[in-house]
Design a protein around this ligand. Structure first.
Ligand SMILES: [Zn+2]
Length: 135
C-alpha cells in the first residue's frame, strides 16, 4: 500500500501536470509566471484534481491588478469555461458541488498520476525495444 500524499504534494503534482498540459496562459498566451487556476475553487474536493476544472493562467491573468480571472469567476472566466466544456460545463458544476472526502480526492489523483507516469515510462521502453529490433 502506497503512502497517501499530503494535499500539498498532491496540489504540486497537479499544478505541474496542468501547466505541462497547457504550456502557456490560456487567456493571453504568455509563457511566463504560469500558474494552475481552479475554476471551482480548491474548497471543492470533488473537482480539486479534475483536469477539466483547471487551466493554466499567467500571474497577471490569474490575479493581476484585481482584473485577473480569479476576480471574474462568473464573468469572463465562466464564458471561457462554457465555451471550452460545452454541455460538460453543467456536469462539472454538479460534480464540484457533490461530496468527496479529502482522502478520496487525493487517493484518486495519486493513482491517476502513477498511471500517467507508468504509461509514459512503458511507452519509452517499448520505443527503445523497437528501435533495437530494427537494427
Ligand atoms: Zn495571461
Amino acid at each position: 500500500m502506497k503512502k497517501l500524499w499530503s494535499f500539498r504534494t498532491a496540489d504540486d503534482k497537479f499544478s505541474q501536470f496542468i501547466r505541462k498540459r497547457d504550456g502557456k496562459c490560456q487567456r493571453c498566451g504568455s509563457a511566463n509566471n504560469l500558474q494552475a487556476s481552479h475554476f471551482w475553487s480548491k474548497n471543492h474536493w470533488a473537482t480539486r484534481y479534475d483536469p477539466d476544472n483547471c487551466i493554466t493562467l499567467c500571474y497577471p491573468c490569474h490575479y493581476g491588478n484585481s482584473k485577473g480571472w480569479e476576480y471574474d469567476l462568473q464573468g469572463e472566466y465562466r464564458e471561457y469555461m462554457l465555451k471550452k466544456l460545452g454541455k460538460h460545463y453543467r456536469e462539472l458544476e454538479i460534480k464540484a458541488h457533490s461530496f468527496k472526502s479529502r482522502r478520496q480526492a487525493i487517493e484518486e489523483w495519486q493513482n491517476k498520476w502513477h498511471t500517467i507516469n507508468n504509461t509514459t515510462k512503458a511507452g519509452k521502453k517499448t520505443l527503445k525495444k523497437t528501435s533495437k529490433t530494427s537494427l
